[in-house]
Design a protein around this ligand. Sequence first.
Ligand SMILES: C[S@@+](CC[C@H](N)C(=O)[O-])C[C@H]1O[C@@H](n2cnc3c(N)ncnc32)[C@H](O)[C@@H]1O
Length: 385
Amino acid sequence: MVEETDRLLSVGQGEFTLDRYPRLAREMLRAWDAADEYVLNHLTELGVAGGSGLVVNDGFGALTVALAGASSAPWAVQMQSDSWLAHAGTRANLEANEIDVDGVAMLDPLAEPAPFDALLFKVPRSLALLEDQLQRLRPHLRPDTVIVGAGMVKQIHTSTLQLCERFIGPTRTSLARRKARLIHCTLDATLDVPTNPKPTQYRLDDTKLELSNHAALFSREQLDVGTRFLLEHLPRSPQARCIVDLGCGNGVLGIVAGRHHRQAALVFTDESAMAIASARENVAAAFDDERDITFHWTDGLGGVAADTADLILCNPPFHQQQIVGDAVSWRMFQQARKVLQPGGSLWVVGNRHLGYHTKLRRLFGNGEIIASNPKFVILKATKRG
Ligand SMILES: C[S@@+](CC[C@H](N)C(=O)[O-])C[C@H]1O[C@@H](n2cnc3c(N)ncnc32)[C@H](O)[C@@H]1O
């Protein structure tokens, strides 16, 4: 379990108390990594103090908090992340360290940043997201912008550095320190590269629907096999008044269910801002009727009222930021139980080995197998009155 000392980040900018978000009673992991410490101490060693910085992909706000709260010369910080949990965690950590939250601009990945002198980016999980971010950021860089990437050695590959070379300019890496590395880039203003990334698209079988997917999306080139399996077994409940697509990605489950249930209100939730943006675009293209449709950029079902849903559809995530585990699916199932109306049901697809069956039985007291194949299983759990 994380001890008090594991909550204290001590770097050149000062000492800060940091927690992951949401804060768990028996948290096992720190809220920052060696790459955060490396980049912060590197800035101190360079003598860079104060100024304006754009921090991209901060996990739970370690970089944002340390820079905005630097004891000698606080920075004007903008933080940009696709993750709602990263935004919420950063806000909570700014507050915990008594740093003015309103003084930090919090941007989603599609927003335009204001001018900045330094760009600090954590290497994201997917190369596609990094490429998208570098393309969008390039027009905001100058030859004298300080550009530093940071990541753990295992997250930085030749392809990562090639992307930096291609979209920014000359790139070199630092020596590894506690298994972390820095990436130093300088803008080459002469490069002729695209700066307006386009979402990928694929056609949904047997429909005219082209589904659009921003860079951070899960399975952005084609329909996921698990999702396809759930689509083949989607329930038909003519009486359903409210259907929720939990962790909606591009919105495919909610869109197809919505086509089967013309009267039902639809709710789409996801922790990724790009997922919500893609779901919005796909929903707008899929429905031309006036129906009640809402989108929530949130953790799980945060913001969705209790006892309102008849049907919740979910292909749960198996990682959150860089961490693989089942904490998120467990939280989603608990929230689903709250949001369902008595008699309503949660439909989940997952790899057989993930053991969702046991979790659902523990929470709902029931769990029915709707279909299974060698790889996947579809489970249904009903909220009893
Ligand atoms: C396996 S994908 C499924 C996406 C889509 N429903 C599909 O079937 O193609 C899981 C989705 O859950 C989202 N997600 C991850 N953590 C989440 C959280 N804490 N709350 C809500 N959504 C989350 C991810 O962004 C991703 O879009």
